[in-house]
Design a protein around this ligand. Structure first.
Ligand code: FAD
Length: 382
């Protein structure tokens, strides 16, 4: 039975084992190869779809499993075993960032055309919110959707879009009204529309196996029935959607830190200098004792946010705190774990070296640490 100390039931644990086996068999062996290739096989989406890993908490009518959020948490925790943050991000975008909003407010037709094939892993999904001129400042986005008859005509550009080079559809934020947050809508955008173009695949410093793109829209016509929810209510939906995205970021940060610390302690136990295992130097033992304590605090804060989110209570403050705390902490933990590896920590083949560069994204993507502080301040009446 789940308790306050352990929120997982035997059913959750069984599901966790399934994910672990899949990750260790299908993903981990390719970690370095896919980073070097700058992409991973499309087939991975299909395999995840077959195992039901995208639709964990989505509507069973459209291929989901309708399970609680602790299953999503267990899935996300197990993903870090892939040792490839790019794949993890791409898969989380598919199941937990680009599709939840369709699951929540999409029409039956949108769910059949976009949600269902995405949950099956047959169509690749992307979330298109950020633009060259609007990342943190979502309310300032400029991509327009003009209504002409029963169509929207879309013009503009999106930036840093994960799964962007090969997405079959995009959950896209567009401006349908006046300037500011009240003029934004969300649409489902199929990428085979005329005038749509992937302008560039961006070269990143980390998360190398995931494709991140600049997208360009010129006179792209889509039917009005692709509108998600109500016109000009998109900002509200984006902010709601961000909660799941930020929560998975906090979960993956915590699980990633636990993984990194275990790796570093193992290395420090095996590696000797000056006649003893490196971990036996007090300076390292104390450093890791501090990290283990802080990681436990990050985990409890994150689990608190998960339980609120799972109970459909307002968790914006707790989720923002969890992302801020875990994301910032991960920077220091990754630095020290990499340092423990000495020269090997600077060699790409060492997972720890790749983890150190990948972890940088945690304070930037899906809302920066500064943006989290703004939200927490506002919700605390500061
Ligand atoms: C690898 C990667 C994948 C991504 N995937 C996606 C995706 O799939 N879909 C998508 O829509 N977006 C995606 N993004 C975009 C990401 O969400 C944005 O980069 C992020 O929100 C920050 O926006 P920005 O880059 O425009 O930074 P800016 O908003 O330009 O911020 C620059 C700096 O100013 C700070 N700043 C901004 N406002 C304030 C303030 N009020 N007070 C104090 N400081 C402030 C920021 O914290 C930051 O440090 C991705 C980004 C990356 C790097």
């Amino acid at each position: 039975m789940a308790t306050m100390h352990n929120p997982y039931t035997p059913e959750h644990e069984q599901f966790r084992q399934t994910v672990r086996q899949f990750v260790e068999r299908e993903l981990t062996p390719h970690a370095l190869e896919w980073d070097r290739a700058g992409i991973f096989p499309r087939e991975v989406f299909r395999k995840c779809g077959e195992l039901g890993l995208f639709g964990i908490n989505h509507d069973p009518k459209y291929g989901g499993s309708g399970l609680d959020y602790w299953y999503v948490t267990a899935f996300t925790e197990e993903l870090v075993r892939s040792q490839n943050a790019g794949v993890n991000m791409a898969l989380l975008v598919q199941g937990q960032m680009a599709t939840p909003i369709i699951n929540e407010i999409g029409t039956d037709e949108q769910k059949r055309e976009f949600l269902q094939p995405a949950l099956m892993g047959e169509k690749i999904a992307a979330l298109g919110v950020s633009e060259p001129g609007a990342g943190s400042d979502v309310a300032n986005l400029k991509t327009t959707a003009r209504r002409v008859g029963d169509e929207y005509v879309i013009d503009g550009s999106k930036m840093w879009i994960t799964n962007g080079t090969r997405a079959d559809f995009i959950t896209l934020a567009v401006r349908t009204g006046e300037a500011g947050y009240e003029g934004i809508s969300l649409v489902t955008f199929p990428t085979d529309v005329k005038g749509y173009q992937v302008s560039k695949k961006l070269d990143k410093i980390g998360n190398l196996s995931s494709d991140t793109a600049i997208l360009y829209f010129e006179d792209c016509k889509i039917p009005v029935r692709y509108l998600l929810g109500e016109e000009n209510q998109g900002f509200y939906h984006i902010m709601t959607n961000f909660q799941g995205e930020r929560l998975t970021a906090a979960i993956i940060a915590v699980a990633g830190m636990e993984h990194m610390v275990q790796e570093a302690i193992r290395y420090g136990t095996e590696r000797e200098a000056f006649g003893r295992p490196i971990i036996k130097f007090q300076v390292w033992r104390h450093k890791f004792a501090e990290h283990l304590t802080a990681i436990e605090a990050a985990k409890r804060l994150t689990y608190h946010a998960v339980s609120l989110f799972d109970a459909k209570e307002n968790a914006v403050k707790e989720i923002s705190m969890a992302k801020l705390f875990a994301g910032d902490l991960a920077q220091r933990v990754a630095y020290d774990c990499q340092q423990m590896f000495g020269g090997m920590g600077y060699i790409e083949e060492t997972h720890m070296a790749r983890a150190w560069r990948d972890v940088r994204l945690l304070t930037i993507g899906g809302g920066t640490s500064e943006v989290m502080k703004e939200i927490i301040s506002k919700l605390s009446g500061l």
